[in-house]
Ligand binder design. Structure first.
Ligand code: URP
Length: 421
């Protein structure tokens, strides 16, 4: 599996395909072409100076007679953790605040109305360790913790809605931890919070040690710029999770994530040549004796990444924004993956590749796999209803039938409706 040396799928296609083929491949893989957004040259200079990628795209909608265009600019931020995971907690948080502050400044000059950061953006993704300290010290109040106050300042300063996914400590309810996204209005007021509904128990994503499944349902937040929702990371594998945000009226669903391609299995081959950092030859394609058979059998999550949020945008007539962190994270103590294999310290390679998908199935190119980045995308929210009127998935959804059948299926005495000879 490729690591930092492989930039992106788009770059590979552009480098290797003849123009006519490229056009057709992109039409099929990316849908209708997105327009490049003109962004201020000063923004590109600041991004280059700040060592992060800046890209801008726009989706078109048809002109309507009775509604004005509902234009909104969203900003997706992907980043590495700037300091090693064994640096004191407050230093790490402060460094992340400074990094995000700089990227948000540039987003403001690009006219971004709603900005969203990656999952648990104030910390390394330490849940793989299953250790409590120091990682639980990154948790903070979703009402008045230092990160929320910091985001409120950003929101007020830049007149921007801020979606801030954090590890929440809920002092009002016995100091319980949650994986939460706080939505802050452009006025600086806290609009509310939403919690991760589905917790992974796969490979090194051992997050159930830290927090439980969210208990706030599927809230949608009415902002000045449109109705938004947040489906945190692993929730993107659950079509019903996307559906419920859409049922509640979401026009844009953010999917802040932290995900790697294949999971390290800890075997000798992986330890010597981690699959995300191939030594000369890709272990995945190799048939040598050092090949990692476990990894060969694992679903490569990176192959799901371009599909799931895009499919959700199509199925629910809304925009979706998939955001992933970047780079490698190493932890002070070894941990195992609970599979009898060797312990390791690396999580894997977070492959970035953040993108936006539209209700008509088109999508932006992804940000790079190996660089911090800001993706600015202009949406016309009128496209949601326009596509709904054409494809009619809401009208043809048969939700009452599914509601009845699912209500039966979850009963303890249910027996599946299988017709036998
Ligand atoms: N953070 C998180 O939920 N990761 C799970 C892995 C994935 O869903 O790709």
């Amino acid at each position: 599996m490729a690591g930092a040396e492989w930039e992106s799928l788009e770059q590979c296609l552009e480098k290797n395909l003849p123009l006519a083929d490229l056009r057709e491949v992109k039409r099929i893989l990316y849908g209708k072409e997105t327009r490049e957004l003109h962004l201020p040259s000063g923004a590109f200079e600041a991004a280059s100076k700040g060592d992060f990628e800046l890209r801008g795209y726009g989706f078109e909608a048809a002109e309507e007679q009775q509604r004005r265009p509902r234009i909104v600019r969203v900003g997706l931020v992907q980043n590495r953790t700037p300091l090693p995971a064994d640096t004191p907690v407050v230093k790490q948080v402060t460094a992340l605040h400074r990094r995000i502050e700089a990227i948000t400044e540039v987003a403001a000059t690009c006219g971004v109305n709603i900005i969203c950061f990656q999952e648990a953006w104030t910390m390394p993704f330490a849940f793989c360790t299953r250790e409590r300290l120091p990682w639980t010290e990154f948790a903070e109040s979703a009402e008045d913790g230092p990160t929320i106050r910091f985001c409120q300042e950003l929101a007020r300063k830049h007149d921007m809605v801020v979606v801030s996914p954090i590890l929440e400590r809920d002092a009002e309810h016995g100091d319980v931890l949650w994986n939460t996204a706080v939505v802050i209005s452009n006025s600086g007021a806290i609009l509310g919070k939403t919690r991760k509904n589905h917790i992974p128990r796969v490979g090194d994503f051992n997050e159930s040690t830290y927090y439980m499944e969210g208990n706030l349902g599927h809230p949608v937040f009415q902002t000045q710029f449109g109705r938004i929702a947040v489906n945190i990371c692993y929730g993107r594998h659950h079509p019903l999770n996307w559906l419920m945000y859409s049922v509640n009226g979401a026009e844009i669903i953010f999917n802040p994530s932290a995900t790697v391609g294949a999971l390290s299995c800890g075997c000798e081959s992986c330890t010597l040549h981690p699959p995300w950092r191939p030594a000369g030859k890709m272990l995945y394609s190799s048939r040598s004796s050092t090949v990692c058979l476990i990894s060969e059998n694992v679903i490569d999550g990176e192959s799901l990444w371009p599909i799931e949020a895009r499919n959700a945008a199509i199925a629910n007539h809304c925009f979706t924004c998939a955001i992933n962190r970047v780079g490698e994270e190493r932890f002070p103590n070894e941990f195992t993956s609970g599979d009898g294999k060797k312990a390791h310290r690396d999580f894997g390679y977070f492959y970035g590749s953040s993108y936006v998908a539209a209700p008509d199935g088109s999508r932006t190119p992804g940000l790079s796999r190996n660089q911090d980045g800001l993706l600015v995308t202009e949406l016309d929210l009128n496209l949601c209803r326009q596509v709904n009127d054409i494809w009619g998935f809401k009208m043809t959804g048969r939700y009452e039938m599914y509601a009845q059948e699912l209500a039966e299926a979850v009963k303890p005495n249910y027996s599946p409706n299988i017709v036998k000879e």
